[in-house]
Design a protein around this ligand. Structure first.
Ligand code: ADP
Ligand code: GLC
Length: 488
């Protein structure tokens, strides 16, 4: 049965992206629409997004908790998904990163900004914002939308709500003064609602009030109910475990397709895998490394933060180059990691090369050109890069947690024998274990028959969105039943 879905997210590819949330928000709504639902995406009208839009129309103004916002309508580029942008110059007009200023610190008014966005989403959800369209369900994502289920819980005739946790480590915590400034009802200042050890938590708004909770892999859904991965809300999540489902992300298979990728010098597929090598040569040239096609080339792309285990890589870079192997790293993040990388590269300029920054095309070229792809994440709710790697026949080396454990089949002798192996996993987030896994990968790489079989198995995996979208559909019906029970 087709439903009207309002999909709320703070970043949506290709309009704005800082990480995987944008990829998901840019492709799941399309898959849901293909599955028959009527989907509207809603996001803030950031300065940089408005500048990019070819066709966008103001469709109204409305009051969102005492502040006027403008509603701008456009189409998600490359799709027929109608997208609403919530405009307010003071809150969203500035350009740059949606969450941080240039110095890497959060924007000082983030609570006010995302509170305003959430108020606007709640108004849209109640059909009070102008467009004569009221959703059956609002799908919220991460702390930036956490107040939406909370605000909607105050309404007597509300749509159902689903809240997806993409990363529990970011909770949207603010002090009590900020809570007071937002003029939220007192019922929200309680340890069973939004209060979290003396602070206000946007994330708890989603966890406590949404009809159904999801996270982005079955593995992470289990992990976040334990103290080790639960970031202080494991108890709360365990209490709601009946309503918590792990649905692994899909990937955009047209954007990430080695046979058609426009960022590549040479496209390739399972049928002509030898052409992948051209990309390796080009990648070495891009990064200023000497070309040695026989030497394993290891790639890494991602945010340079401790979640991603970049410190483990830094600890063993000297040993990696001595294997011998070459390595290319694309990323940006915490300056301490950026600086350590810059230092390291100086000593090994013929083996390691880095690009500090954000570059979508280069990310594609690394996926295609590298032989192996490193993801030693301490925790990983889902992870998209390992799925891109698999699709590109670039063997992932992963710490077996969360979505990484759910999507990569490690190369044990049995899995190699049965033709199921797609990558190499290690089990403790520890530099020596990571090094051992890389050594294992290099040993397999030297056995051309095994390596090619792993590449082909990897490339055959189906990570398209259709399956995950079907799981979300089922969950939406469940959430609607829950909402009826609660309101009725
Ligand atoms: P996370 O959302 O935790 O950062 P994911 O693996 O889910 O991790 O998604 C990261 C996404 O961001 C991928 O599409 C990846 O290619 C992209 N990405 C991360 N850093 C960079 C960068 N420096 N340049 C280009 N793309 C990047
Ligand atoms: C988060 C997670 C990542 C996940 C992405 C999209 O940023 O860190 O693992 O793939 O969200 O769900």
């Amino acid at each position: 049965m087709a439903k009207r879905i309002l999909y709320a997210s703070s970043e949506v590819y290709p309009l704005i992206k800082t990480g995987g949330l944008a990829d998901v928000s840019g492709s799941l709504p399309r898959a849901l629409q293909s599955a028959g639902h009527e989907v509207r995406v809603v996001m803030p009208a950031y300065g940089d997004v408005i500048g990019k839009l070819k066709q966008a129309y103001p469709v109204g103004r409305f009051d969102a908790g005492g502040t006027e916002v403008e509603l701008i309508e456009t189409m998600l580029p490359g799709s027929d998904v109608l997208t609403w942008l919530v405009g307010n110059k003071e809150a969203f007009g500035r350009s740059g990163n949606p969450y941080m200023s240039g110095d890497g610190n959060p924007w000082p008014d983030n609570a006010e900004r995302f509170h305003l966005f959430d108020r606007a989403v709640a108004e849209l959800a109640q059909g009070r914002a102008g467009p004569s369209w009221k959703p059956d369900l609002v799908h919220c994502n991460d702390w930036q939308t956490g107040l939406v289920p909370a605000l909607l819980s105050l309404e007597s005739n509300r749509p159902a709500t689903v809240f997806t946790i993409h990363n529990l480590a970011y909770q949207g915590l603010f002090d009590y003064d900020t809570f007071q400034k937002l003029d939220l009802p007192n019922v929200f200042w309680h340890h069973e609602t939004l209060e979290y050890y003396g602070q206000m938590s946007f994330l708890k708004g989603g966890i406590v009030y949404a009809d159904q909770l999801t996270t982005v892999s079955p593995g992470y859904a289990e992990e976040i109910q334990t103290a080790e991965f639960g970031c202080g809300v494991d108890g709360l999540l365990a209490n709601r475990s009946e309503s918590l489902t792990g649905i692994v992300n899909g990937i955009d298979t047209s954007e990430w397709n080695p046979a058609r990728d426009q960022h590549l010098v040479q496209t390739y597929s399972k049928l002509n895998l030898e052409r992948k090598l051209v990309n390796k040569t080009e990648l070495c040239k891009d990064f200023g490394l000497p070309v040695d096609t026989g030497m394993p080339l290891i790639g890494m792309v991602g945010r340079l933060v401790s979640q991603k285990g970049i410190d483990l890589v830094l600890d063993i870079l000297d040993r990696i180059v001595a294997i011998p192997a070459q390595m290319v790293i694309l990323g940006s993040g915490e300056s301490k990691f950026e600086n350590r990388l810059r230092e390291k590269v100086k000593n090994h300029s013929d083996r390691i090369s880095i690009y500090i920054g954000y570059d979508e095309a280069l990310a594609h070229r690394i996926e295609a050109g590298a032989d192996m792809f490193l993801m030693p994440s301490r925790f990983e709710p889902c992870g998209l890069n390992q799925m891109y790697s698999l699709r590109y026949g670039t063997i992932p080396i992963v710490h077996a947690v969360g979505g990484l454990a759910d999507t990569v089949v490690t190369a044990t002798p049995e899995n190699i024998q049965s033709g199921q192996a797609t990558g190499i996993a290690f089990y403790e987030p520890d530099a020596d274990e990571l090094y051992a896994a890389i050594r294992h990968a290099v040993a397999l790489y030297k056995n051309q028959a095994i390596w090619k079989q792993m590449q082909l198995t990897a490339m055959r995996q189906d990570f398209s969105w259709a399956g995950s979208a079907a799981e979300y559909s089922k969950l939406y019906y469940k959430a609607m039943d829950d909402a009826v029970m609660e309101v009725g």
